[in-house]
Design a protein around this ligand. Structure first.
Ligand code: NAD
Ligand code: IPM
Ligand code: MN
Length: 347
């Protein structure tokens, strides 16, 4: 088989050092396992926008379509370009155009990492709907700047969209501890979230082996902290999933550990792998960004590409690194120290 073609988009801020770290580590792993990777780097970012007026070229999506997978660092630098422009010009259209409807975000404590909770075991798989819902981009503003101004942001939930993400969650639950938590706010949102509950119940009948619980998003946020051991697979809409996964990241020790995969399960277009975190402008020049979230995301990419041996190798190297106390405390090790420590453990 030919080399896997990977598009790498470092993006803004710490996106560059963390994608370089991930590329270094996965290249070494794949070389040992005889798997060939071929990277093409794209400098699409807020700086590109300042030069060209676009976050990516007009044919950017078509260019990416020719790749087997995308590795992305982070997008956004609000001091240069408004987030509403940068994210809607690069990250969000990739997720949507490539129907990467399943955003998989694993939250667990790596060995040696002490999270803020007393819980010794923390292992939740969040499945976030990634193409519609509150991120549909439908809406508008009238009477802008006047006392009569009204802003509308419409959430769109389709049966296709809700059913496929819940089904994906049920399948994941089957592969794990057999429990699925469906997240809504159906006590307050009487159309979209009541619909989501109905679809959950309909699918539950098809998966009698999966134990289903319904939670409101506020209540499950508390449960993440108070009783995380009662949760296994958590399926949530785009916005609720976004918020819960930064909470999950915090509990697993910080955003520097939280990985994510934007999957197109039908494989009709490339999937994209990126950390949960953003460009971290506050630490971007300090050389202390934790690259583990991105290296882990890249391991998920190898798994997706069928390079399971290399994926397992990379995860083992990450775990051996944190078990040795390297990269476990924010700011204690530089990006390079953590990357080299993982790299030394790859063989
Ligand atoms: P952020 O995730 O960039 O940072 C939040 C906090 O976490 C900061 O204090 C930061 O220093 C810290 N942090 C994040 N990643 C870290 C790492 N790897 N190692 C150590 N510390 C880390 O969130 P923000 O500040 O709200 O957003 C900054 C920019 O990034 C904004 O433009 C935002 O829209 C964008 N953003 C992009 C993505 C993405 O591309 N997927 C995700 C989130 C935010
Ligand atoms: C994430 C980010 C993005 C999201 C932003 C930057 C649009 O927070 O990937 O979690 O909300 O999806
Ligand atoms: Mn987020």
């Amino acid at each position: 088989m030919g080399a896997h073609k990977i598009a790498i988009i470092p993006g803004d801020g710490i996106g560059t050092p963390v994608t370089q770290a991930a590329w270094q580590v996965i290249s070494e792993a794949c070389a040992l396992d005889g798997a060939a990777l071929e990277a093409t780097w794209f400098d699409w970012s807020c700086d590109t926008f300042l030069k060209t007026g676009r976050m990516m070229p007009e044919d950017g999506i078509e260019t990416l379509r020719g790749f087997d997978a995308i590795l992305l660092g982070a997008v956004g630098w609000p001091q240069k370009v408004p987030d509403s422009v940068s994210l809607h010009g690069l990250l969000l259209p990739i997720r949507k155009n490539f129907t990467q409807y399943a955003n998989i975000r694993p939250h667990r404590l790596l060995p040696g990492v002490v999270g803020p909770l007393r819980a010794e075991k923390f292992d939740i798989l969040c499945i976030r709907e990634n193409t519609e819902g509150e991120y549909s981009g439908a809406g508008g503003r009238v009477h802008q700047g006047t006392a009569d101004e009204v802003a509308v942001e419409t959430s769109i939930f389709t049966r296709t969209g809700v059913e496929r993400i819940l089904r994906f969650g049920f399948e994941q639950a089957r592969k794990r501890r057999g429990k699925l938590a469906s997240v809504t706010k159906s006590n307050a949102q009487k159309y979209s979230m009541v619909f989501w509950d109905e679809v959950t119940d309909q699918l539950a009948a098809e998966y009698p082996d999966v134990e289903v619980s319904r939670y409101h998003v506020d209540a499950i946020a508390a449960r993440f902290v108070m009783a995380p051991e009662t949760l296994d697979v958590v399926v949530a809409s785009n916005l609720f999933g976004d918020i819960l996964t930064d909470l999950g990241a915090a509990i697993q020790g910080g955003l520097g550990f939280a990985a994510s995969a934007n999957i197109n399960p039908d494989r009709s277009a490339p999937s994209m792998f990126e950390p949960v975190h953003g460009s971290a402008p506050d630490i971007a020049d300090l050389g202390i960004a934790n690259p583990i979230a991105t290296i882990w995301s890249a391991a998920m990419m190898l798994e997706h590409l069928g390079e399971t041996a290399s994926a397992v190798r990379v995860m083992a190297a990450i775990e051996a690194t944190t078990a040795a106390g390297i990269g476990t405390t924010p700011g204690q090790n530089s990006t390079d120290e953590i990357t080299n420590a993982v790299s030394e453990r790859i063989a």
